[in-house]
Write a protein that binds this ligand. Structure first.
Ligand SMILES: Cc1ncc(COP(=O)(O)O)c(C=O)c1O
Length: 312
């Protein structure tokens, strides 16, 4: 029998068609379910790739400490891959993360260093960078590390093309920009007409894993001129999207998956035909204790009228 190592279970996630959600039979909606990765998010891909590269480049050896700023998924991915590959994981996080995240990190045995909520992930990055000055301590630096986007170019993009070779629109959330840049580049190489659309929280709205560029920080790995457009989504629309996914398709998607669905549906109504591919970055287990499933949401009409689409 061929034995897999846990590291080999990263990627090769399923692609499903959302048959009940498309408003038009000629517009087909597909979602890549990144919640199927070993720690339940797309971030397993980039952490694995960044660590393997740092090893290859002689920057780290097992026994070293690998540090990262994260609001959740990247931290959990680092905790798992650190365990599996022999590194100490240290995660710098703002205090307002979901309670499941530090619990999972404790199970994996990662160190957590807290920064105030107001510092956000950018404040956490500054602290992580200072800590990385210590000996035998290396910062992954997902917002700046080109191997983040590269992992998506090599793996996510190629896997998507195997399942759906002709893609008109690609929609993914914007956190570091790694998914959009790497996957988008691979898809545009296969078909230059593919439009790459970013999903961003409306300024002032919190969407787990996604980042508003309005706060002034543009991740260095993100090249805005590469994107074809972005859709700003409010938390209410993202929550409604996640509920719709469950009700119509039986898919247990996280908050950012709900936001991506909401954005993709806006697109689906605007094009006469074509294939829309989405990345659902995680599943919703981590969000069970939040009010994602229970909160009263503002009326759809009131909110949707205010969603902004920005084109380049
Ligand atoms: C739940 C979730 N969705 C989407 C994203 C965005 O991915 P990326 O960092 O590749 O832009 C992240 C990453 O932070 C995330 O945790």
């Amino acid at each position: 029998m061929h034995h897999l190592h846990i590291i080999h279970t990263v990627g090769q996630t399923p692609m499903v068609e959302l048959r009940h959600l498309s408003p038009n039979p000629d517009v087909r909606l597909y979602a890549k379910l990144e919640g199927w990765n070993p720690t339940g998010s797309v971030k397993d891909r980039i952490v694995k790739h960044m660590i393997q590269h740092a090893e290859r480049d002689g920057l780290i050896v097992p026994g070293d400490t690998v540090i990262e700023a994260s609001t959740g998924n990247t931290g959990i991915a680092l905790a798992m891959i650190g365990r599996a590959m022999g590194y100490h994981a240290r995660i710098v996080m703002p205090e307002n993360v979901y309670p499941e995240i530090p619990r999972a990190l404790a199970v994996y045995g990662a160190d957590v260093h807290w920064v105030p909520s107001e510092a956000g992930v950018t404040g956490a990055m500054d602290v992580a960078r200072k800590m990385a000055a210590d000996e035998r301590t290396f910062m992954l630096d997902q917002f700046c590390n080109p191997h983040n986007a590269r992992a998506h170019y090599i793996w996510t993009g190629a896997e998507i093309l195997e399942d759906v070779p002709e893609i008109d629109v690609f929609v993914a959330g914007l956190g570091t920009g790694g998914t959009l840049m790497g996957t988008g580049q691979r898809l545009k190489e296969a078909n230059p007409a593919t439009r790459v659309i970013a999903v961003e929280p409306h300024p002032g709205n919190q969407l787990q894993g996604l980042k508003s560029l309005a706060d002034g920080f543009i991740p260095p790995i993100l090249d805005l001129s590469f994107l074809d457009g972005k859709i700003l989504v409010r938390s209410g629309s993202a929550f409604r999207g996640a509920r719709l996914l469950m009700q119509r398709e039986g898919i247990f998607g996280g908050v950012s998956s709900g936001a991506v669905l909401h954005a993709a549906l806006q697109f689906a109504e605007r094009i006469p035909k074509g294939n829309i591919v989405m990345v659902f970055a995680d599943s919703a287990w981590k969000y069970l204790e939040t009010n994602l499933w229970s909160r009263e949401l503002p009326s759809e009409e009131a909110e949707e009228a205010m969603d902004d689409i920005i084109w380049w």
